[in-house]
Design a protein around this ligand. Structure first.
Ligand SMILES: [Zn+2]
Length: 551
């Protein structure tokens, strides 16, 4: 459905409910409300200029918009603040992290009310019959071991979640369940089996399929195999999301393949984290966007997402060749302390750094070992200046002294390309992040700041500072656009009858605070968040409510 049709349909749907009004005309509003949000500037999510008025919430839904008086249990004065539909993150790896942080801290505090997981070919289901048989008497995160999306969703329903959640079926996991993890071509039988499991998962509520073609075993699938799987998704009008086979030297060829799979299967296409990685490929972005425009003109239903950061985040040990990363930490460290072997690893590391554009593009995150604190948050060129070491000896020193446990950010992407992407009408933010929390087991990790800051960063940097987007367009990209891609029912717009997922924020102060070396920081400027009508973030603090549902 085109966006315009989508909005028209939903307006008719809202009118049919016979509650409230839209655009300021009263038609017999039932009182009282549970909550009235007063005096705010309302961005409905349709991308048009905002409207002034009050929002009345009842039974989890938006009951009315207009001049509503004061007849409510709670009145929220939103003077000077912007009101938006709750933000929807179409590309996350939240997966099972809501078991470890049910409130969804890193998401809800940045205004995200719906996370979509199961991306890049990986989801915590489905499992083979044999795997399920072997594990079914055990507990997973305290819940009966599940085999399919239904069991996984059920565990979340039993536990309670602070944000809404939906998932793709990871094609890598699906292939693993049927064929295993090795590079074996599908047979007509195994392909039929994968299609039938996928069909069932779609029926149980999966939003679509995700491919992660840079990772095994997802990568072992031929394009023909993928087309057959995507036909199943098309039958359910689901979405086909792709982490392409290559995102640097062969990104154009990979995008061409992605579009061909959509064309031949009839599935709607979402290109995940669209980028042209490494300096030698930065010039390719206009071509990629032109290819997307051309596919759209040809009638292919295509869009893409992108996180608002120019760096990826990984372990510094990714500079060690895969072969030499095998085995225990002790074995890897032994290779690094062996001068001959280390010289060989160093040549590989230096070639990788050259492709990234130089040591100044490699940022070292938190260092914990004694004497290393001066390197935290510095790039490798700066670290070399501080220590007097050359590039590879510096990295080798960090890897050995930190016992391999040191994170890095690689600035492999170009700022102008992100701006170009966000200007494009088919783009939307997708964090590629996950649920984290400054408390509990997830606080131990050092995630990419995108998990905490993607959406505030869009509004701070690309709306307020760089003026790439106006506020109404940015809100649309965070709400109605992803909702329409995902076919989420009655979400993504602020109109009567829709679920009351609402963000109240200050467009003048909204800002991400999470950084590469200090990531567990909540953003500022997100004042209030409602999830299904329940006040979950109140004056910047969490109320403890878990009002999320499976979408
Ligand atoms: Zn990916």
């Amino acid at each position: 459905m085109e966006r315009r049709d989508f909005i028209r349909t939903t307006l008719i749907g809202a009118a049919a409910l016979g509650v409230g009004f839209y655009g300021g005309r009263k038609i017999g509003i039932k009182q009282p409300f549970e909550t009235i949000i007063k005096n705010g500037v309302i961005y409905t999510g349709d991308g048009k200029a905002p409207i002034k008025g009050d929002i009345g919430i009842r039974d989890g839904r938006i009951a009315a918009i207009g001049t509503l008086g004061d007849n409510a249990d709670f009145i929220l004065d939103a003077k000077g603040l912007a009101i938006s539909p709750g933000w929807i993150d179409i590309h996350t790896h939240t997966d099972t992290n809501l078991f470890l942080a049910p409130k969804g801290d890193s998401r809800i505090f940045q205004g995200i009310t719906t996370d979509i997981g199961g991306n890049c070919g990986d989801s915590p289901f489905p499992y083979s019959d044999a795997h399920y048989e072997a594990n079914k008497d055990t507990l997973r995160h305290g819940y009966p071991f599940w085999q399919d999306i239904d069991g996984f969703y059920d565990a979340y329903r039993k536990q309670g979640i602070g944000i809404n959640y939906g998932s793709f079926v990871g094609q890598g996991q699906l292939r693993s369940a049927v064929i295993g993890d090795n590079n074996i071509p599908a047979t007509p039988e195994t392909l039929a089996k994968m299609c039938s499991i996928l069909d069932r998962e779609m029926e149980m509520g999966a939003v679509g399929i995700s491919l992660g073609l840079e990772y095994a075993p997802s990568s072992y699938a031929s394009d023909e195999e993928l087309i057959e799987l995507c036909k199943v998704v098309a039958k359910h009008d689901g979405l086909y999301a792709i982490h392409m086979r290559n995102e640097d030297d062969f990104v154009e060829e990979s995008l061409k393949d992605a579009i061909r799979i959509a064309r031949d299967s009839g599935a709607r296409l979402q290109v995940s984290h669209l980028k042209a990685q490494n300096a030698a490929n930065w010039h390719k972005m206009p071509t990629l966007l032109a290819m997307i425009d051309q596919a759209k003109a040809e009638g292919i239903d295509i869009a893409f997402d992108r996180y608002p950061y120019i760096a990826f985040s990984t372990s510094l040990s990714s500079f060690i060749p895969l072969n030499d990363r095998q085995g225990s930490s002790e074995e890897v460290l032994a290779r690094l302390t062996d001068d001959v072997k280390a010289a060989e690893i160093g040549r590989y590391a230096e070639s990788r750094i050259k492709r990234l554009g130089g040591p100044q593009n490699v940022l070292i995150a938190t260092c914990r070992a004694e004497g290393n604190s001066q390197y935290s948050g510095k790039n490798v060129a700066e670290c070399c200046q501080i220590s007097g070491m050359e590039v590879w000896p510096m990295i080798r020193h960090l890897l050995i002294s930190e016992k391999l446990n040191v994170q890095m950010a690689g600035f492999a992407m170009k700022e102008e390309n992100i701006q170009m992407e966000y200007r494009h009408p088919l783009s939307m933010p997708g964090s590629d992040g996950s649920v984290y929390s400054p408390e509990g087991p997830l606080s131990e990790s050092i995630p990419h700041p995108r998990s905490y800051g993607s959406f505030p960063r869009l509004f701070c940097k690309y709306v307020r500072e760089d003026k790439i987007l106006d506020l109404a367009t940015a809100v649309h990209k965070c709400s109605a656009l992803p909702a329409s891609r995902l076919k989420l029912k009655e979400r993504g717009l602020l109109i009567p009858g829709y679920w009351a997922d609402v963000v109240v924020f200050n467009p003048d102060t909204i800002e991400e605070r999470s950084t590469y070396d200090n990531p567990h920081q909540f953003p500022v400027g997100i004042e209030h968040v409602f999830v299904n009508g329940v006040w979950t973030i109140k004056e910047g603090s969490h109320t403890g409510k878990l009002a999320g549902v499976i979408v």
